[in-house]
Write a protein that binds this ligand. Structure first.
Ligand code: GRF
Length: 210
């Protein structure tokens, strides 16, 4: 059984999707043992509480550098004996030392089809605003392993979502979450926990179910 720790900064609808999937028995061979928030007011902490999952705060504001903050996160994660770290709306870029320590054991969800609309500055509604501005007809979501560069690690799963006439960034964000993010993230986490993901360079191979 793999120990899953979810890192959050905000509302936590992706965390909720993971908790609901766990409740339905869809996270095979893994258990969400803790949620860590980078801010004390995150609604995601309420969601953790509602599912009886311990919630912790490692507050970004208490540390004066990214290194000190990620160092504190690392201490907490080793105390918790984490096997898999899931970034579910976690707003900070992790230090290279952090990423190295958990190489191919950190999963992130991004609300676009990487390599489009990703990297530094592409977060939250901005991602969807940029997709609409560009005029693409398809966007979607990507689950990937985290590497030192933002949104650039090996891709695990992707799902396309259609852009419709009259979409606003808010409408599109909701559709991408409902049709893609909330499905892909639990699926990728379950695949990881079952040991079915194998990384070879940039490529993630997925073993068929037995
Ligand atoms: C999601 O769109 C996710 O793809 C991105 O941040 C957002 C978090 O939303 N990384 P929530 O906190 O899970 O509701």
């Amino acid at each position: 059984m793999k120990n899953i720790v979810v890192l959050v900064s905000g509302g936590g609808t992706n965390l909720q999707a993971l908790l609901d999937a766990q409740e339905r028995g869809e996270i095979r061979d893994g258990k969400i043992i803790a949620v860590i928030s980078s801010t004390s007011g995150a609604f995601a902490l309420e969601r953790a509480k509602g599912a009886n999952v311990p919630g912790y705060v490692v507050n970004r504001k208490d540390y004066d550098s990214r290194e000190a903050f990620t160092g504190a996160l690392l201490d907490k994660l080793s105390e918790l004996n984490a096997d898999l770290i899931v970034l579910a709306g976690f707003l900070y870029i992790l230090s290279p030392a952090f990423v190295e320590r958990y190489e191919n054991r950190i999963i992130n969800i991004h609300p676009a089809l990487i390599p489009s609309f990703c990297g530094d500055g592409f977060y939250g509604l901005k991602v969807h605003e940029k997709a609409l501005e560009y005029g693409v007809k398809l966007t979607g979501a990507t689950v990937h392993f985290v590497s030192a560069e933002a949104d650039a690690g090996p891709i695990i799963l992707q799902k396309a979502v259609a852009i419709e006439e009259g979409d606003t960034a808010e409408i599109l964000q909701k559709r991408v979450m409902e049709q893609a993010e909330w499905k892909l993230l639990p699926e990728a986490v379950s695949l990881f926990c079952q040991g079915r993901l194998h990384v070879e360079g940039r490529i993630v191979h997925i073993d068929q179910a037995e």
